[in-house]
Write a new protein. Sequence first.
Lengths: 220, 220
Amino acid sequence: MRIALLGGTGDIGEGLTLRLARGTDHELVVGSRSVEKAEDAVEAYAQRLGEAATAELSSASNPTAAADADVVIACVPPYHLSDTVEAVADELGDAVLVSPAVGISRDEDGFHYNRPPHGSVAEVAADAAPEGTPVVGAFQNLAAGALSDLDHELGFDVVVTGDDGAAKATVMELIGELDGLRALDGGPLANSAEVEAITPLLINLAAENDGLADLGVSFH
Amino acid sequence: MRIALLGGTGDIGEGLTLRLARGTDHELVVGSRSVEKAEDAVEAYAQRLGEAATAELSSASNPTAAADADVVIACVPPYHLSDTVEAVADELGDAVLVSPAVGISRDEDGFHYNRPPHGSVAEVAADAAPEGTPVVGAFQNLAAGALSDLDHELGFDVVVTGDDGAAKATVMELIGELDGLRALDGGPLANSAEVEAITPLLINLAAENDGLADLGVSFH
């Protein structure tokens, strides 16, 4: 399977690329608006992984990364999400577009979920995506720091939302290939807001409790 | 410590009373709008607990239950919360008022967090409480079914929010007395919405995934 990580040079892109590159045998393409940045990132990731790499890594512009991809993960902040999806729209076809972003605001009390008017960030991605491209929400509650530290044992749940059953199954299977992650079906894309809202809570819990950092969530 | 459970005859009231009655040595008063209902509930709880009971259980009207209580837990649905708090306002004094309620709506996609205009259900409780009564959000993510089944091993986290450090510490200590629950500081009361929003997600996850029921959450 070919997996494009749009904005794969950022924190969450780095974390997801490293985890996917150590544990799966997919073809990973790190995309960026700048091809040079993508090249530099892939070089750094390959160095980090060394002989632990199990997947093939390459770099490209975001649209080239998305071309012919089976899964496209939009690893960009929510305020860049619509632009990023629109910039690759011609390449998406029936690839599964995955939205891991969360809108977060901060005030004197802590971090808060900044819910978009369209219901959730995943639904913003769906609005920006061309018709026929299924959109799935996933990975929102994973801390980039935990993902990028390959010695960090995860043990987290990943809630997956989406309206296209086959697309959701593809993403859930992919998650199942990663050590320490369990995919849970969260139902339709309209259920994404409650998943996204957990991320600012994780940051608040890390800030307010000694000894907690790079938190994830599990359900049982 | 004297703990009043307002509306302690309902599902979450039953669960919290049973867990507090098996494991702590506090004085528990089950309140209801109907004294008879409270009496019947206490009789049923005592029978359920049998010799496992470690706390003293009694019944009363909600205002009588709240009188002289150190901790008052408002175990009522969100649409009864303001009325319930106002009905006991004269008795609250500097007791810690605990809000476990969550506003939940349902549509064809699933269950959703029905966020009150005042920010969160816990903040609705604070608006209804008299000045000087500290309000704490806690217990929102505990399934009544898991609490009430005393054989169910919990292993859950309870996020506690509040603006009064001493009140929050009292509730966190109380949670620490219960087997299988860990209290985590969620920061100020204004951080409650993200905690409350987890509850509809737990219901969606139980509905969408085989073998999952009465879910709770943990952070690590």
